[in-house]
Ligand binder design. Structure first.
Ligand code: NAD
Length: 254
């Protein structure tokens, strides 16, 4: 059987957990050879074990997306191993500290922006250098519903995710005429370790109320976001670029 990304090579950042892990597994199941990039190498190796157990091909690299040299090395490792870079999923992210702006330490703001916004810029920079020389490729940036609307006490996260959507449009305008598509996916709230850490802070009542913010009256699953990302990566999305796909259970429809 031929998969939707058969024979393609894919780099997924933040693939040691949650949405990134589900995406790496899904891309491999659809025929891609995958590089799992994460600051947490143990998590990355666990993802590779899941890919291999399902008959796929993957290897892990340690990569902090806030460090240009790390991202450049992850891209180079992909090209060295697989000969090219066809798909890149810029998913690595942190939730940041939940505080109102006037109480938010500057270093917490800086770190959230460094990972969630500059990390996507650095990833685009190094991925596009390869893809533009190939004349082909597809990039998916993982933004959020909080790239479109805001929650209080999440200034760094909101600002970074809004910025990811702007970066996505900019990259799409620059790269699409040269054969490279760039899109964003905006998940609603999804059951992952990040969401579970949030639950521990805001409490069970607030967390359970989050489901009601979605028209589907539930949180999403990482596999459901991975499905949207695989489609955007694949040639089936050949006329889609510069878009921000809401995979949000209807959160922003209201
Ligand atoms: N879970 C949600 O509700 C939700 C909703 C919307 C968007 N998102 C976004 O989806 C993406 C994945 O989130 P998740 O819920 O799977 O979280 P997660 O915490 O389960 O996984 C995030 C992964 O990113 C890695 N990571 C963190 N900082 C990194 C860095 N500097 N360099 C490389 N890797 C790093 C972590 O080690 C981890 O493996 C994030 O960008 C997040 O903002 C999540």
């Amino acid at each position: 059987m031929t998969g939707r990304v058969q024979g393609k090579s894919a780099l997924v950042t933040g693939a040691g957990s949650g949405i990134g892990r589900a995406t790496a597994v899904a891309l491999a199941a659809e025929g891609a050879r995958v590089v799992v990039a994460d600051v947490d190498l143990d998590g990355g190796e666990e993802t590779c074990a899941l890919v291999r157990a399902a008959g796929g091909e993957a290897f892990a690299v340690r990569c902090d997306v806030a460090r240009s040299a790390d991202v450049e090395a992850a891209v180079a490792a992909t090209v060295r191993a697989y000969g090219r870079l066809d798909c890149a999923v810029n998913n690595a992210g942190i939730e940041g500290v939940l505080l109102p702006i006037h109480e938010l330490p500057e270093e917490d703001w800086q770190r959230t922006i460094a990972v969630n916004l500059s990390g996507v810029f650095l990833s685009l920079k190094h991925e596009l250098a390869v893809m533009l020389s190939q004349g082909s490729g597809s990039i998916v940036n993982v933004a959020s519903v909080l790239g479109v609307v805001a929650f209080p006490n999440a200034a760094g996260y909101n600002a970074a995710k809004h910025g990811v959507i702007g970066l996505t449009k900019t990259a799409a305008l620059e790269a699409s005429p040269l054969g490279v598509r760039v899109n964003a996916v905006c998940p609603g709230f999804v059951e992952t370790p990040m969401a579970r850490r949030g639950r521990a802070i805001v409490g069970d009542d607030v967390y359970e109320a989050l489901a009601g913010l979605h028209a589907l009256r539930r949180l999403g699953e990482a596999d459901e976001i991975a499905e949207a990302i695989v489609w955007l990566c694949s040639d089936a999305a050949s006329f889609v670029t510069g878009s921000s796909l809401m995979a949000d259970g209807g959160f922003t429809a209201q």
